[in-house]
Ligand binder design. Sequence first.
Ligand SMILES: Cc1cc2nc3c(=O)[nH]c(=O)nc-3n(C[C@H](O)[C@H](O)[C@H](O)COP(=O)(O)O)c2cc1C
Ligand SMILES: [Fe+2]
Ligand SMILES: [Fe+2]
Length: 387
Amino acid sequence: MKAVEMKKGIYWVGGIDWDIRNFHGYLTQRGTTYNAYLIIDEKITLVDTTKYYLVDELLERVSSIVDPSKIDYVISNHVEMDHSGGLPRVMEIAKNATLVTAPNGAKGLAKHYDTSSWNIKTVSTGDKLELGKRSIEFILTPMVHWPDNMVGYMPEEKILFSNDSFGQHIASSERFDDEFPSEIIIEEAKKYYANIVMSYGMQVGRELKEASGLDIEMIAPSHGLIFRKHVKEIIDSYVKWSSNIVGKKALIVYDTMWGSTKKMAYALQDAFEEKGYMTSMKNLQNNHISDIITEVLDVEYICVGSPTLNNNMLPTVASFLTYLKGLTPKNRKAIAFGSYGWGGQSVAQIEQYLSDSKFDIKLSKRLLYIPSEENLEELKEELKKLL
Ligand SMILES: Cc1cc2nc3c(=O)[nH]c(=O)nc-3n(C[C@H](O)[C@H](O)[C@H](O)COP(=O)(O)O)c2cc1C
Ligand SMILES: [Fe+2]
Ligand SMILES: [Fe+2]
């Protein structure tokens, strides 16, 4: 239960969730961490807590440095319970602590916990909390990704406590980005961005603009590894992801009962490849929607296929489209396709979702039962003309 020193007198004291594999439907194959940070200064400060079931781990780590009852400030950057679950215990033990949060944070926390006995101080963008030799400046980042989100910047140490931004769901005993394979960190950060942050691209753009004025040496997010080597790389990645910059790539997502829709999917892939596109084939039978969404981030085309089942698309495809629509990627081209036997409603239903998601639908194609070689050739040619 070691606390890990990040800079002199500043420690990681969070919790490691080795076993979690599902986070509100997001598949977390690598588990996660809930990062909390302890600052020893004239005022002893704790930034965020953990999920409730790891609060003992947090308290042990704090105790290895300082008596938790001596904490003066507890900063709550985000009400969501993965970071606030430990607050009731911490506030009970740190009797004299002041809880520092955004105005929406104070409202949100009161709807989660009995905060009546807590001493709460609310802060807004530009407010500064003096800790002694160091200070924390707050920037409110509403809707990245809850109404109460804020980040804290410590100018003396050049640390950005970035909250859920720049996070990754990775459980590890390593704490820093130079101790862990950086490709995995960026891959998980991309998955995190796609599944959690994507809908708030505009707000992220604003946040990045504010952050661009800051001199940042270390980014301390609330999940996963702490950045001290790849700071520029992760910020550049966020700039890219939030700008909807796409590559010459097509993502083909489908499900199939008897293989006909799959034949169409592979015909589309041939057409894309012949036109120099990179492609990715994602059968919904063996790919999780939270993994597929990661690939949406940098593709020009999203193609979605389903046969018709009882006058509907397949439930797996409906699930993917519902998820996709909620995450509102912008400026994508789309294709709907599928095989059918009689009513053939699935393709029109897919089209409806894609147009509700404001995608530019370039092609929509349904084919009866098992498509012939000629049918598939025609489909290929139709798509190639568009590319
Ligand atoms: C249980 C079941 C229900 C089906 N319901 C419909 C339907 O309501 N309307 C329709 O057009 N086709 C329906 N079909 C026919 C399939 O859409 C057709 O067989 C299609 O070619 C299957 O494509 P796939 O090989 O990609 O699964 C149904 C097939 C099955 C097995
Ligand atoms: Fe969150
Ligand atoms: Fe979180």
